[in-house]
Design a protein around this ligand. Structure first.
Ligand SMILES: [Zn+2]
Ligand SMILES: [Zn+2]
Length: 303
């Protein structure tokens, strides 16, 4: 008997569709922000991934500077190869899963439940549709609602009213010290997550979790001082096809995060972490970005 493990899953973006019959196209990958390989659209299934000779597995690693945050990713890398981040709330009672990765198996569920202990996983929330992947499988496995923005509802390929909660606010608090903020840009509903960790060494500072509306650039990683004009962050409409966002969109993103007192940023991929002075670096990067488009006057440059 076929189950959701047999539902069609796009091999490029890992979006899971609502039945075992393969659609002709993947709308996520046919969109200008994604891509279809030259060899054409290809499909797999979650069962196919579990049985694969690649022996996919998820690794869960604590943030070396914050035991209340764990990074979750799949090895070897598959599709977009993003990471998910598990956050423990400041009241010690709840947890939130930021973003979603496609691969999930019994070991993943067991290991995360063990980490949670007495904490309740109260919410999953996903930055944008490129990471929607198999979120229904995750939400059902943890009996946890998944929060999605109404603005990006057309990009939900597997509707599941029992677990999906659509919201239309610009800011949504999911647990004490954990909120998501709509920045738009890459997608109309694109979100970032602000995490006020209970870890004392954080000094009350917030970590900002981002994905594609704001992305950590290679030069942002680590703590080296870089030459003037070097960006730490980028702001793109399409990453695989290298299409930038407009200066107005960059300003909109900045306005949505500038009042958050963040010093660290964690990007959507393993190792994409800005460990120091991230808010100032983001402002500097946004200005470099707008100037490089030829603007000598723009409200972004007045920030
Ligand atoms: Zn796809
Ligand atoms: Zn994206």
């Amino acid at each position: 008997m076929s189950t959701s493990l047999d539902y069609a899953l796009c091999a490029t973006c890992a979006t899971q569709f609502p039945s075992a019959s393969q659609p002709i196209i993947c709308p996520i990958c046919e969109d200008p922000r994604q891509w279809v390989p030259a060899s054409g659209q290809a499909w797999t299934t979650l069962r196919g991934l579990r049985d694969s000779a690649h022996r996919y597995r998820n690794v869960i690693e604590p943030n070396p500077h914050d035991p209340n945050m764990h990074f979750i990713r799949t090895l070897p890398s598959f599709s977009i190869s993003q990471r998910a981040i598990l956050l423990f709330s400041s009241d010690g009672k709840s947890a939130v899963l930021w973003d979603c990765i496609p691969f999930i198996d019994d070991a993943t569920v067991r290991d995360i439940k063990q980490l949670l202990g007495d904490r309740a996983l109260v919410a999953m929330v996903i930055s944008h549709p490129h990471f929607y992947s198999t979120h229904v499988e995750w939400a059902e496995a943890f009996r946890c609602p998944v929060y999605l923005t109404t603005k990006d509802r057309p990009w939900v390929m597997r509707p599941a009213p029992t677990v999906q909660v659509f919201f239309d606010k610009d800011v949504l608090e999911l647990a004490p010290g954990i909120s998501v903020h709509r920045v738009g840009g890459h997608f109309d509903g694109s979100l970032v997550c602000a995490f006020e960790s209970p870890t004392p060494s954080r000094n009350g500072k917030t970590a900002l979790l981002v994905a594609d509306s704001i992305a950590v650039a290679l030069s942002g990683i680590g703590e080296r001082v870089r030459l003037q004009g070097t960006v730490s962050f980028t702001f793109m409409y399409s990453y695989p096809n290298m299409v930038p966002l407009t200066p107005d969109a960059v300003l909109h993103i900045w306005n949505a995060v500038k009042n958050i007192d963040f010093d660290v940023v964690h990007g959507g991929w393993d190792g994409r972490d800005v460990w120091t002075n991230a808010r100032a670096k983001m402002l500097e990067s946004a200005k470099i970005f707008v100037r490089s488009m030829g603007y000598t006057q723009h409200a972004m440059l007045e920030e």
